[in-house]
Write a protein that binds this ligand. Structure first.
Ligand code: SAM
Length: 360
């Protein structure tokens, strides 16, 4: 091959690879390109080992339900998946009902804004985001409500990502992020005017522990809303297919055992909340939340090829392919959970911390 043809062929290949990875790779509005995939706070040479440890810990979800190691492994999980989520999904790590005529991004924002509308807070008030991820919901909520939002996440890498996104969005004055465990939060008693958690408290080994912490930091009369991951009334523990789907969701999403929808209000009342409203937002007439996963099947395969190429070339850390594969399989379990109706990621509960009585 003469030098000119070689140069032309090489530039074509390089251009094709750049287009495949950087342009085609990211599915919509993202914070990450495929070439930037990392293991979060885990050093790149330790990603594979951390994945193996995570997998052996969460392989049998029911057995680790109440273990105190759960938050540490949830932290490992988010080190492993945060970049992949941002690259393939966006800055909000949760589902929302599909809304005809609206994009995924718009439906996501509507779902987030509804949370803050439900807790009835005013501009300038301080609210808590328990399990804030990289802050997609926090930014939408701060911009929509004018509230000061303080987010907490167990994962240090997410704190740095959230802070960078807040700054870029010009919302640092309204949004703050703290690294910590929501089972023992570094906040004063009665210091928040409201609180919300979006698809995060499902990571707590005992729901009571996180709900009681949220209760503690809320001012009397303040409201709390949560979108919970639950098994629904259609789930049958004696049906092997149901068990397979739910365990597939648990082990691929760092969950120490999914709760039944019927446990949520009971726990809220036990820690002292008044339950104002409870509703499964996934139920019809809502359109399927899982359609986003289904429609993304082609994109998943494309991403799988991208990840394989990047790991083989040494650009993505060793272990990235395994993490991606795990998420790919989990997407299938989530879809089956949605289609059969045995699982919901948006069982909404709205609670109020009672006003102080006159005598107290
Ligand atoms: C599925 S993500 C949802 C993130 C965010 N709410 C969103 O919708 O984009 C779950 C979040 O809960 C956080 N989390 C899980 N266990 C936690 C714990 N014990 N303490 C603090 N954050 C925790 C994770 O770090 C992660 O940010």
């Amino acid at each position: 091959m003469d030098p000119l043809t070689l140069l032309f062929t090489l530039s074509l290949l390089a251009g094709g690879l750049y287009w495949f990875v950087c342009i085609l790779g990211p599915a919509e509005q993202k914070g990450k390109h495929a070439v930037q995939l990392s293991g979060g706070s885990i050093q790149r040479e330790n990603v594979q080992e951390n994945y193996n440890q995570y997998w052996s810990f969460f392989r049998r979800p029911k057995e680790i339900e109440k273990t105190e190691n759960v938050p540490a492994f949830v932290d490992t999980f988010y080190n492993l998946v945060t970049d992949i989520y941002e690259w393939g999904w966006g800055q909000s790590f949760h589902f929302s009902p599909a809304i005809p005529g609206k994009s995924n991004l718009e439906s996501t924002k509507i779902h987030e804004q509804m949370a803050v509308d439900l807790i009835g807070v005013k501009s300038g008030q301080k609210i808590l985001d328990a399990g804030c991820g990289v802050g997609g919901p926090m930014r939408a909520i701060a911009a929509h409500s004018g509230c000061n939002v303080v987010g907490i996440t167990i994962n240090e890498y997410q704190v740095s990502r959230a802070k960078a996104h807040n700054k870029k969005a010009g919302l640092s004055h309204l949004c703050d992020v703290v690294c910590g465990n929501f089972l023992e939060m570094p906040f004063e008693d009665e210091s928040f005017d409201g609180a919300y958690s979006i698809e995060a408290t499902c990571h707590a080994p005992k729901l009571e522990d996180v709900y009681s912490e949220i209760f503690r930091v809320l001012k009397p009369g303040a409201m709390y809303v949560s979108y919970e991951w639950v098994t629904t009334e259609l789930y049958r523990g004696e049906d092997p297919e149901h068990v397979e789907v739910i365990q597939g969701i648990e082990r691929g999403d760092a969950l120490p055992g999914l709760r039944s929808y019927s446990d949520i209000a009971e726990v809220a009342k036990k820690v002292g909340f008044e339950v104002v409203k409870e509703k499964d937002l996934a139920k019809p007439p809502s359109h399927p939340w899982w359609s986003r996963l289904k429609m993304g099947r082609l994109a998943y395969w494309r991403n799988h090829i991208v990840v394989t190429v990047l790991e083989t070339l040494g650009i993505a850390p060793k272990g990235t392919m395994d993490v991606h594969e795990m998420l790919f399989k989990t997407a299938d379990y989530l879809t089956r959970g949605g289609e059969t109706g045995i699982f919901s990621p948006m069982h909404m509960i709205l609670c109020k911390k009672p006003e102080k009585s006159q005598e107290s």
